[in-house]
Design a protein around this ligand. Structure first.
Ligand SMILES: Nc1ncnc2c1ncn2[C@@H]1O[C@H](COP(=O)(O)OP(=O)(O)OP(=O)(O)O)[C@@H](O)[C@H]1O
Ligand SMILES: [Mg+2]
Length: 209
């Protein structure tokens, strides 16, 4: 069984929306946010529940659920704890693929010495990178891809989220080193039927075929 890890070029780029699309439409898939920083007005797990209509058993519990909407190392310190990799193992109960969502981007610190990339390298799951389409994204995206490959991670797909820019898509397709590149437009409604329609319209049958 293959799992996927959804990361992004930044915070707020659409990782949760992309992870929701995958978890909803990949049979038996589970959504998992290992480290949640910021739970008001809702956690990403709660957002995915709303968007997808998935039952609670397909929404795995976070390993860390921290109140502060800050980098994990800061949010953890604010609660007097240190994030450890030993607590970041995937939940064993999952009887289907897991779609995990990172916090922020790849070099976000987890603690004094480790980053999100260390967690991803430990899991070694194929990675989905979500990027914006605005000016500046080519640089952010290629830096992210380079960091992932430097740690030996396979980039399964790149999702360009937002109004598509043809030259950006073409440039990244040419430089994505074999990753599939998808364009995901802004969706009017983030609710279950709209997500199912968006999945077939924009992601096709991937990651199924
Ligand atoms: N394709 C889209 N269509 C409509 N709204 C979108 C789309 N992508 C993202 N959004 C909205 O943009 C905001 C940021 O997206 P999202 O929460 O998915 O980012 P993120 O990368 O998961 O952020 P974080 O780093 O906090 O986890 C959310 O309000 C989300 O609903
Ligand atoms: Mg998110």
């Amino acid at each position: 069984m293959t799992h996927l890890f959804v990361t992004g070029t930044d915070t707020g780029v659409g990782k949760t929306v992309v992870a929701a699309l995958l978890a909803q439409n990949w049979p038996q898939a589970h959504y998992w946010k290992p480290i949640q920083c910021g739970i008001e007005p809702m956690s990403d797990r709660e957002a995915v529940a709303r968007m997808t209509g998935l039952p609670p058993e397909r929404l795995l519990a976070e390993a860390y659920r921290l109140r502060m909407p800050q980098s994990p190392h800061v949010a953890a310190a604010a609660e007097g704890i240190t994030i450890t990799r030993a607590r970041l193992l995937p939940p064993p109960a999952a009887d289907g693929p897991i779609v995990a969502e990172g916090a922020g981007g790849v070099l976000v610190p987890l603690n004094a010495g480790e980053t999100m990339l260390d967690l991803m390298a430990g899991l070694a799951w194929p990675v989905v990178v979500v990027a914006r389409t605005q000016l500046g994204t080519i640089n952010h995206t290629l830096l992210t891809l380079q960091a992932l490959r430097w740690r030996g991670l396979r980039v399964a797909a790149l999702v360009l989220n937002g109004e598509a820019v043809a030259t950006t898509t073409a440039t990244l397709r040419a430089r994505a080193g074999g990753a599939r590149v998808f364009e995901l437009p802004r969706l009017e409604r983030l609710e279950p039927a709209a997500l199912r329609a968006a999945f077939s319209a924009h992601l096709g049958r991937w990651p199924l075929g």
